[in-house]
Design a protein around this ligand. Structure first.
Ligand code: PMP
Length: 407
């Protein structure tokens, strides 16, 4: 009977959001949310999404039929080009298969499920995540019974990448391990490897015959430049790796609740590649069918309209620059205010880090002080969502940090 079911712990982010909502202070600041906010702290519907929505709804043939098992073909093929580059040899050589998924989470899940069935059965095959990582990685891989472990990533001292420790750990991991990598705008730290560091990471992964699994949830949202944010994945594909990609359109299209995403499996160049990919595709279709039958249509239709229309695509790039630009402005403003106040410590990491999140280095005690004294809400690990800062509250936040650090 269900009496044996133990109480699960509350999701930490969910508890934080509930506490924020209960707070009645007019100055309260929400830095927990993992969603973009405009300068008025409001959700932002991208202008290009509004245009695509109008176009979609003026189509007299629009209906609510099921999509195919692998999703909307115009969407998945445009998604391949977006992440791999339009002239990618992997696409030309038919070495890629792609399925539309329930956003990035569903793509990570489909990849993990596929690997749990077909990757090195009966041998060592632990999935390694950066320490720290998006906590859902542990749950998703754990749910399909793949063992999980971590490699060092964040240096508390420099608040940047602990590159030597990361490389050492990848070198000592058992051969053939699954290495999960954030393609850009690492969540939760905002710390990404440089291009030279990515090259070294690729070398170690090659020499240890590890299997790279890229999670890309922030392409275009990080730097505002789609090619730059896709660089690491494109480099690995160029180097001939066989790999998985989990792609989310939640942040870069602001389509959070519409669950638009894509899973890609890329195989290495060889005369067998096309037949390998056909077999992989056939198995992925069966897994997808048993899990969700077929993916949801609306978000993929919106993204597909934009990705396949040069004018809408150009507008999307402008919208991406608006979001990433505002976030970079807030990074600069926060760092400048803290340095102006002479807040103890160094604050260059605020502008060195990239994307939605920043790992401030604030301790749990300081985080709690900020919550209790200043009504500022962030996760206990000191992560702040840069999107929660705006021209109206950044000074208030800097002063609150200054006070918490000095006490
Ligand atoms: N991976 C990472 C690293 C993320 O930060 C996110 C978004 N929080 C996701 C995957 C997936 O999010 P979604 O399912 O909303 O696309």
């Amino acid at each position: 009977s269900a009496d044996v079911v133990p109480q699960a712990p509350e999701d930490p982010l969910f508890g934080l959001m509930a506490a924020y909502r209960r707070d009645t202070d007019p100055n309260k600041v929400d830095l927990g949310i993992g969603a973009y906010r405009d300068d008025d702290a409001k959700p932002w519907v991208l202008p290009v999404v509004k245009l695509a929505d109008e176009k979609l709804h003026s189509d007299p043939n629009l209906n609510h039929e099921y999509l195919p098992i692998a999703g909307l073909a115009d969407f998945t093929s445009a998604s391949q080009k977006l992440i791999l580059g339009g002239d990618s040899p992997a696409i030309k050589e038919k070495r890629v298969t792609s399925l539309q998924t329930i956003s990035g989470t569903g793509a990570v899940h489909l990849g993990a499920l596929f690997l749990s069935k077909f990757y090195r059965p009966n041998t060592h095959r632990t999935a390694y995540f950066s320490d720290p990582t998006w906590p859902n990685h542990f749950q998703i891989f754990g749910n399909v019974n793949l063992p999980t472990a971590t490699y060092p990533y964040f240096s508390k001292q420099t608040k940047g990448l602990d590159f030597d420790a990361m490389i050492g750990s990848l070198e000592s991991a058992p051969e053939g391990s699954i290495i999960v990598l954030h393609a850009c705008a690492h969540n939760p730290t905002g710390v990404d490897p440089t291009q030279d560091q990515w090259k070294k990471i690729a070398q170690v992964i090659r020499s240890k015959k590890h299997f790279p699994f890229f999670d890309t949830a922030y392409q275009g949202f990080a730097s505002g430049d789609l090619a730059r944010d896709g660089w690491a994945i494109r480099y690995f594909v160029e180097q001939g790796f066989e790999l998985c990609i989990a792609q989310s359109y939640a942040k870069n299209f602001g389509l959070y609740g519409e669950r638009a995403g894509c899973f890609h499996f890329v195989t290495s160049p060889s005369s067998e590649a096309e037949s390998t990919i056909a077999r992989v595709a056939s198995q992925l279709a069966i897994l997808q069918r048993s899990e969700i039958s077929n993916p949801p249509a609306y978000g993929a239709r919106i993204a597909s309209l934009v990705l396949n229309d040069p004018e809408l695509f150009a507008e999307w790039e402008r919208n991406l620059q608006t979001m990433s630009g505002r976030i970079m402005d807030m990074r600069r403003a926060l760092r400048a205010k803290l340095e102006e106040l002479g807040t103890p410590g160094t604050w260059n990491h605020i502008t060195d880090q990239i994307g939605m999140f920043s790992f401030t280095g604030l301790t749990e005690a300081q985080v709690m002080k900020l919550r209790n004294d200043s009504h500022v809400y962030m996760t206990k690990n000191g992560r702040i969502s840069m999107a929660g800062l705006n021209t109206k509250n950044v000074e208030y936040f800097a002063k609150a940090v200054d006070k918490a650090v000095r006490e």
